[in-house]
Design a protein around this ligand. Sequence first.
Ligand code: 4AD
Ligand code: MG
Length: 464
Amino acid sequence: MKREYIKNVLSKEEIGSEITVCGWIRTRRDSKGGFSFIELNDGSCFRNLQIIAEASLVNYESDVVKLYPGCSVKITGTVVKSQGTEQPLELRANSLKVLGFCDPEIYPLQKQRISFEKLREEAHLRARTNSFGAIARLRNDLAFSTHKFFQERGFLYLHSPIITCSDCEGAGEMFQVTTLDLEKLPKTEKGNIDYTQDFFGRKANLTVSGQLEGETYACALGNIYTFGPTFRAENSNTRRHLAEFWMIEPEMAFADINDNADLAEDYIRYLMKSVLKNSEEDLKFFDNRISKGLIDNLCRIEASTFKRITYTEAISILEKSGEKFEFPVQWGIDLQSEHERYLTENYFKGPVIVMNYPKDIKAFYMRINDDGKTVAAMDVLVPGVGEIIGGSQREERLEIIEEKIKNMGQNIKDFWWYLDLRRFGSVPHSGFGLGFERMVQFCSGMNNIRDVIPYPRTPKSADF
Ligand code: 4AD
Ligand code: MG
């Protein structure tokens, strides 16, 4: 008999039907009346299915009374109305097959409540807990909704490369990819490492962003988006930084910074709407146990128009705030997490888009504004997380971008292909990157980004 997902069993409520379910035991309780209650979870939804295993089952004494949390079973039974008030239905087992026992003495998930920190050491098992099961389903929902959002708007899904020879953000935070023997590096006559002998014949890295390649396709196909892993070797041990994270990067031809901000807003609102509809049960859990008021917040954001301010206005708000910030505020500084959070949490109490940052603190590809001092950049800040999106209108004027690359101390020859976009039929274009894990953090209220990705990679940590 084909197995039914517990999610479907609970939603269809087909009383009287005979079905088979498979899953892992969450709890077993023996009743005086000579039967056991089993809470079974198969990951298809947050809720468990309650099983009634009567003592008349042939293997009741040999198997059922030895079932502990973590055991895997296959159960065939009849769906019946529940006697209790906790759930509408339960499954009366006709046969129960143990697929795998689980020793309660050594199973790490025995204890009632284990801290998230401790669970990171059991990352291979943590998906079996309520919190991490819910996170996994929420991630899936957000990923699927992302594709739906862009596909419905005619954006083409682009697979940008993971290995690259360019540093998009120019921050030098790249992981190097090499097959050279690190113990015996080949040297040139001048004594430098001879990368011509490396796998790619030159120095290569893991990408920090698919943007530059994304631009080349947008400047041929119109609107594209990437959705892939990105890597940053920044030594940041914070609750919102990972060394490996997923990013969604749309890029639009014939679009300016305001079109870009419109898209970012629409996208975030769309995600709110999707998770409120599709992940309702998991969100209720997060609201109850992780972050009170979460669902109200998501609803509010789904219905809101985001505030838009310039960087200069943001600085003035921060200066007038009377707050004591760790990093002093002054025109020209990069906004720190504490500044972003003041703006979105205390001042605007909602999402805010900050635009037109000083050119010196932003990447080379951003378009210089007419004032000559700022660039057409935009960061979207949200409560609890701070920066969730970074984007800009791109510099489409050849001479200006060449000048910027030179001023950065870079060789414009390295950017020959990128500059060709400005040489051959250049068009205004814009795009942004949304940090996927920061979005999962935002929708779940989880405090630490390490707990919203299956296997977090951070400085000094790449277990599993
Ligand atoms: O602001 P960033 O660095 O922008 C870019 O990479 C652009 N190339 C995007 C574009 O215009 N196509 O990064 C974009 C977003 C940030 O707003 C943040 O949400 C996330 O990526 N992010 C990180 N998330 C987790 N861990 C890190 N270390 C992150 N660094 C950036
Ligand atoms: Mg940024």
